[in-house]
Design a protein around this ligand. Sequence first.
Ligand code: CU
Length: 289
Amino acid sequence: MQVLSRLIGVAAGALAVLMGGSAALAQTIMGQPHPRQLGLQAAATPVMEDLVTFHDWLLVIITVITAFVLALLLICMVRFNRRRNPTPSRTTHNTFIEVIWTVVPIMILTGIAIPSFKLLFFQQNIPPADLTIKAQGNQWYWSYSYPDNGKLEFDSRMLDETDRPKQKPNEPRLLAVDNDVVVPVNKVVRVQVTADASGVIHSFAVPAFGIKIDAVPGRLNETWFKAEHEGIYYGQCSELCGRDHAFMPIAVRVVSDAEFATWVEDAKKKFAREDSAPTAVAAVPAAMQ
Ligand SMILES: [Cu+2]
């Protein structure tokens, strides 16, 4: 059933792209939820591709089991009800059936466990990274640093509905931020995740990348992604963390190597200037109306 709904979801997405008539729309649909979406967001990393495959595999198994149990129930209800079968059989024990109902579940569980463990190792073993970024959850915004690129640090706050239409009118409400995290395409990016030492637990999650990892004060968690398509990918804090939990989105902009190099140079100047200037304590973004 869900396979069907996934197909409908994909068809609806394709239709939206055709109606919009632009590749840009296809790209935006990739990294964010879209109207009438069913199923998962489109995969943008090898990990998410495997997650989707695994999800679909489980769906097949669940569907077969459910259909089989339903068929057995229906057969029992129709053929062995009191009216049609007034004198029930007293049969107990059937070695063949007992072996079957022991062996088949073992085979099913093995068929789930093998791809599941493979996927788990794929997610957990971080390959040699081309770039490391550090994401810190604060109350209630994310801040990012690029340890490979010197002192490059900045905050990323959600644009409220006063600023977003002016600054980023094409980006979605509640997901657009002032400063995106920028990463190069087709590069392994290691993400170190933590939270403000005096703060609370957050969770760094980007659905199209298949990553979700807790940001815990005083601990450094690690995950990785390798985005295979350029575009903007949105995520949200996925740990109930307090008042503005719903208003601390994550926006990752995946660009070409050349664009990334240019961005790093510009960002160094931009954020260095902001750092050196005497700054007032930035206001926590107000909750949306
Ligand atoms: Cu949070």
